[in-house]
Design a protein around this ligand. Sequence first.
Ligand code: PLP
Length: 394
Amino acid sequence: MKKKFKYPLMRNNIIKSDIQKLISFLKKNNILTQNKEVLKFEQMWSRWLGTKYSVFVNSGSSANLLSIQLLKIKYPQGGEIIVPPLTWSSDVSSIIHCGFKPVFADIDLETLGMNTEKIISKINKNTRAVFLSYIQGFNCLSDKLIKHLKKKNIYLIEDVCESHGAKHRNKKLGTFGWTSNFSFYYAHHMSTIEGGMICTNDKNTYYDLLMLRSHGMIREVKDTNFQRLMKKKYKDLNSKFIFYHSAYNVRNTEIGAIIGQSQIKRLNSNINKRNSNLLFFLKNLDKDKYFVNFNTIGQSNYAFNLILKKADKLFMKKLMHTLDRYGIEFRLGSAGGGNQLRQPYLKNIVSKTQARKFKNTEHIHFYGLYIGNHPNLSKKEILFITKVLNEGVK
Ligand SMILES: Cc1ncc(COP(=O)(O)O)c(C=O)c1O
């Protein structure tokens, strides 16, 4: 049983109207596995984001995996991928599982994302891609990075799982890279219960994604020319069972798509509410105790980050007790539980001494956490929470 919090990380993100739309869909005896509604949701998502193609999958981590599987098609020999130490585990796991080497670059506190100079300093002839994570709705993309990657012919992959609607120069994040990944897990900007999206502007990449999502099968690509070519090439195979790529099944369902179609309609207004909540929260937070200098330009806030200004263990302990006392749910270490290099799944790949080299990530790991920001949070509640944080930590 989940503990009940007065101020949970998320409240009511699948609402009655979503459920009503789902019920009327279910009553019509429709096909429930991936079908027309998935395609419709993908088209709505592409329009909302501003990319040509989107592929609906069963999670954000599956979107991560497919991005790196695509890279494996380009580079079967492997190579290096630059990734942040502050991210979700699947960003790093997908790299390892596909036979690439993760190379880490530290983040900035202002954006919680990788610092451009640090990324550039790690680039060498083996670098295949930079896998950016936009953490908690902040933008860490820079013109310099985009230009540099273009010049060096290095792929940019964007993980936008926690930052739907965040922008760089007024253009949505997730439209700059070769591919971009989104998550529709419960507490994210919108939810399909479980789910994710992978987006691209490149037609051939899109075709590969359609196959990778569904056992690697050619029949997933609804292009008669492509089908004809493949049938001719693989005459000895049944055209319904040509497994072109080695892959799994990471499809979503019509149920997720119907909820997604309903949710996307209020995505922009929810983003605006979350953003104004964050600015109000930061304005009222004690600037001597907490770091507040986030770069909020283009942000699409996911959660309120509480990062101590000073590395003060005792204050951190008292802060956690206070949050518990007032029923405020929190997650330590910000995104993904803090420094990935400290996680056991990486024990044979990096050492703990290496973990200590990433100073900003380390600070967040030990002196950072986040609490919920959601569209239903009132200004009165935010004022109460900041009062507790400013005066109640004893
Ligand atoms: C940055 C980031 N990437 C990937 C994921 C994985 O998404 P999912 O939980 O949908 O698999 C998450 C999950 O929250 C995330 O925060």
